[in-house]
Design a protein around this ligand. Sequence first.
Ligand code: TRP
Ligand code: SF4
Length: 328
Amino acid sequence: MKKTILSGMRPTGGLHLGNYFGALENWIRLQDEYNCYYFVADWHALTTGYEDTDNYKSNITEMIADWISTGLDPERGVFFLQSSIKEHAELNLLLSMITPLSWLTRNPTYKDQLSQIKEKNITTHGFLGYPCLQAADILMYKADFVPVGEDQIPHLELSREIARRFNFLYKKVFPEPQQLLTKAKVLPGLDGRKMSKTYGNTIAFSDTPKEVQKKVMNMVTDPARIRKTDPGHPEVCTVFAFHKIFNGEEVPKIDSQCRAGEIGCGECKRKLAAKIDEFHTPIYEKRLEVLKRKDHIKDIIREGNQKARAVAEKTMEEVREAMKIDWI
Ligand code: TRP
Ligand code: SF4
């Protein structure tokens, strides 16, 4: 029997290459080996973005279009929308009864975000309860593994603690979900910082091939290189970091040519642009096709929702029975 994995993404709109190499590539790779649930965590997005909800619908559509265009296959896994499966809210509520406040307030992600996000008020019940809702997402499907990045380790730890506490208090219903530590490739943003929409340093699947070429040609390189003959330091150059991902076989050659001052940054970028284009353009085009059929995207989610709901209903029966709240 295949093991079950589950993972979710907040609908932040069109995905970029950082999202792809940080998570999606792994999701795609795991499709055949596991029984997969992939979902849009729109309630989680609301924990911080509750004020302006105008863009949610289009963000969800675009993100699912990106999943499909990059090769995540709704035939091989279950795609669903968190807010369609109301059982997540019920399980979140019940788990919140047994989750000590101190587990939530000591969560490093919570503390980080509180200190970083200044422009909105996130001192809310919902935001504090973020990991409890995440535990509900995971435990609902009795996921064995959760493929997520390092930043999610504390949330996963909390999910295990909550599962353990539930099993101890009532009855063993939930397996303890393990993190599936996958070697995500780290692709920096165009400016060398983390690739993020907030920094405006992304290459998105929605960017036209022309825009992508332009972005690559405008990347900053090793500042020590003014003329082609200046010896360079590839380790400080973002273009080089990109070559490592898109142009693996040429990396040793570029490394030595850069250090010896035998290749100009312009040429180096053109090589990279061509490699990125090979990867990006087919996805860009597929995406346009997928987005032409929004009804089809909705059908995929409706179908996934049905499968997810069937599992969720069954789990909730077990949960209510274990807690003895199945009086009628
Ligand atoms: N917190 C996750 C993130 O920001 C998203 C998420 C919500 C999730 N629920 C989940 C991931 C359950 C894995 C499993 O990336
Ligand atoms: Fe970077 Fe390439 Fe220029 Fe070297 S030659 S500094 S690796 S862009």
